[in-house]
Design a protein around this ligand. Structure first.
Ligand SMILES: NC(=O)c1ccc[n+]([C@@H]2O[C@H](COP(=O)([O-])OP(=O)(O)OC[C@H]3O[C@@H](n4cnc5c(N)ncnc54)[C@H](O)[C@@H]3O)[C@@H](O)[C@H]2O)c1
Length: 398
């Protein structure tokens, strides 16, 4: 099921041999989970499916989340304090899936107790702290992966391979759009910032990853939808140091009260000779490659946040003792810093107001009644006996 895992068995088997156990059953890596909300549940489900991982412990400050963890991960020790996880020498790695404000202290405690780290983004709530963490992480011998999930996506890898083959000439323009009826003001995630930082940093990272260059200039336009204080829609455009130009559009403002929930998500890379692009509907992703020698189209499952790919590459990296391709803290912090700067530029450019606070209340009320929508808070799904709790891993984390 997991590509490449078998190749690492000899090294993993060593652990077992030392403990006097048969070598054909390699020791699983043991994970301690901090934060059992939407992402924590997704990662635990992915680890439970993995041959490499065992969920040893779960910590959350919320009683209902702990109750659900006991139900979904009955073999894990579930607690209301993190200390036992950091003190347990048999735990190889921690998953940090709380919010950005708690992460810096947790990363430091993990490194001090010699744990590898699988962290959600952003790794901190302010840029100075994030850069200080990068220095501490890079000075450590522990692995720290950050969930820049696009870097684990088959469709981006296909497009980048096609570009590297010279099929579209030199990359010249990268255009990215991610608009959904997603997370609303007042629904939490305050330490992560407004959508252009919370979600948009992923696309700031994707554009930089494609361009293989650093951001040089930009201008951003925002819109204060419903009169909310922060722009909930932002478009930034500008240049990279190597001359590639970009535009990124992100907004959780796309058809909240439409009868059917729409979305508009794509990456369009335009070269001097051809075009390589993708779009997705959160179920399937399609790449369309228009090169000088080949025209290719492929549709395959979108695979949500690709958490199976992340736990696999992270686990195999720990077993191999080298990074086999997991996304790193430095890239996350650059994306965080640039997306904050673009958001601030949008704020400085006097974003106009459209819509009313009454419309916003209507949307919030509508979302309180929804059971499956874009970026819904997880509260409604926290009763262990609820059929939704059973279905949780399958509910998209979009
Ligand atoms: N990479 C991605 O695509 C992606 C997608 C969604 C969310 N995220 C990130 O994942 C993180 C979690 O987001 P979420 O949507 O799962 O949030 P969430 O609110 O659903 O879950 C957070 C959980 O952490 C718990 N928690 C909060 N502070 C805590 C603390 N100090 N100690 C212990 N538990 C604590 C809460 O009780 C909750 O159960 C955020 O940082 C967010 O930015 C990333």
């Amino acid at each position: 099921m997991i590509a490449g895992h078998g190749a690492l068995r000899p090294k993993a088997a060593l652990h077992k041999e030392k403990r006097g156990q048969p070598t054909d059953m390699p020791r699983k890596l043991r994970a301690g989970i901090l934060g059992y909300g939407r992402m924590g549940r997704g990662f635990v489900a992915a680890m439970q499916e993995s041959e490499i991982w065992e969920v040893a412990a779960v910590y959350d400050i919320c009683g209902k989340a702990r109750q659900l963890a006991r139900h979904n991960a009955p073999k894990a020790a579930v607690s209301d304090a993190p200390d036992a996880i950091f003190e347990d020498a048999s735990i190889d790695a921690v998953g940090l899936f709380t919010l950005a404000d708690a992460r810096p202290q947790q990363i430091r405690q993990a490194l001090a107790s010699r744990k590898h780290v699988l962290a959600e983004k952003p790794i901190g709530a302010d840029i100075a702290t994030e850069w200080q963490l990068v220095r501490e992480i890079e000075a450590s011998d522990r692995f720290v992966a950050v969930n820049l999930f696009n870097r684990n996506a088959w469709y981006h890898k296909d497009i980048q391979r096609f570009i590297a083959e010279g099929e579209i000439g030199d990359l010249a323009v990268i255009r990215i759009c991610h608009m959904t009826p997603g997370h609303m003001p007042m629904e939490g995630h305050d330490p992560e910032g407004p959508p252009f930082h919370d979600c948009g940093m992923h696309y700031v990272d994707v554009a930089r990853w494609y361009a293989q260059s650093e951001y040089k200039t930009w201008h951003a336009q925002g819109l204060r939808m419903w009169g909310h204080k922060d722009p909930w829609w932002v478009q930034a455009h500008g240049t990279f140091a190597n001359g590639v130009v970009f535009d990124i559009t992100q907004g959780f403002i796309y058809g909240h009260l439409a009868k059917e929930q729409p979305h508009n998500c794509y990456v369009d890379s335009i070269g001097t000779k051809g075009v390589a692009r993708m779009r997705h509907d959160f179920t399937q992703a399609t790449v369309e490659l228009h090169g000088v020698h080949e025209t290719l189209q492929k549709t395959a499952p979108f695979n949500d946040k690709k958490l199976d790919v992340m736990v696999d590459v992270f686990g195999r990296s720990i077993l191999a003792g080298k990074n086999l391709g997991f996304p790193q803290a430095r890239d996350s912090v650059i994306a965080s810093e640039v997306s904050w700067a673009m958001l601030n530029d949008a704020v400085a450019n006097a974003p106009p107001v459209r819509g009313t606070p009454e419309e916003m209340q209507q949307i919030l009320e509508h979302r309180r009644k929804m059971v499956n929508g874009f970026g819904l808070p997880v509260k409604a799904q926290e009763e262990p006996e609820s059929p939704l709790a059973e279905a949780l891993p399958a509910i998209p984390i979009r």
